[in-house]
Design a protein. Structure first.
Length: 202
């Protein structure tokens, strides 16, 4: 699903977004409609109502100018956001895998991973803290402030279950490098990961 030229024909764009929404659902994602040109959910109880039911998606996207949102918890994914291209590249160089999806926005790069099935150490939903994007993420080909989101070349949309499992420890060196005062040499891995969460959520 790549970037397409913005269409001035609203019905054509709605059809394109519906096709994209159905593709997400087929790949295991639960969706939520977002108010057009924004990142805001268009329904109140979206955390409960996020769906991959094809009939529901057609009701939402067929005749409405909605963006596509992915309910991350329901979809079992994690998203990590970088506003700095250099930091994003450094993070990628430490991953050792291409089994991720990367969404390009006007100002950032959002790495999509599969959420860990088990808790890490004594942390409670640590991946939820690291997400820092709330509980949903805008998905291509949505348009926000006249910029159409797209997947980076070589990191396309993947089946949610095929994404690399996220390990927050891969963020530790990057945060430690940029925020050395937050870490100490005798810090346990659990405390270090919690510090990573704290820094990312500022």
């Amino acid at each position: 699903m790549g970037c397409v030229e913005m269409s001035h024909n609203r019905s054509a764009m709605q059809e394109y977004l519906l096709d994209a929404a159905l593709q997400y659902a087929e790949l295991g994602y639960c969706l939520v409609p977002l108010i057009g040109n924004t990142e805001k959910p268009a329904i109140k109880n979206w955390t409960q109502e996020a769906s991959n039911d094809l009939r529901q998606l057609k009701k939402w996207f067929l005749n409405n100018n909605y963006n596509i949102g992915i309910a991350m918890r329901k979809s079992g994914i994690v998203a990590v956001d970088f506003n700095n291209k250099k930091t994003a590249r450094e993070f990628y160089s430490r991953l050792g895998t291409n089994n991720i999806s990367i969404v390009v926005t006007r100002k950032s790069f959002k790495f999509w991973f599969r959420a860990p099935e088990n808790e890490m150490g004594n942390t409670s939903n640590i991946f939820s803290d690291i997400r820092r994007l709330g509980d949903h993420v805008v998905a291509p080909p949505s348009i926000v402030r006249r910029f159409q989101y797209f997947f980076a070349e070589g990191f396309p949309l993947r089946k949610s279950g095929d994404l690399e499992v996220f390990n927050p420890a891969c963020l530790h060196p990057i945060v430690q490098k940029n925020c050395p005062k937050n870490f100490s040499s005798d810090m346990s891995e659990h405390d270090a990961l919690r510090k990573v969460c704290d820094v990312l959520n500022r």
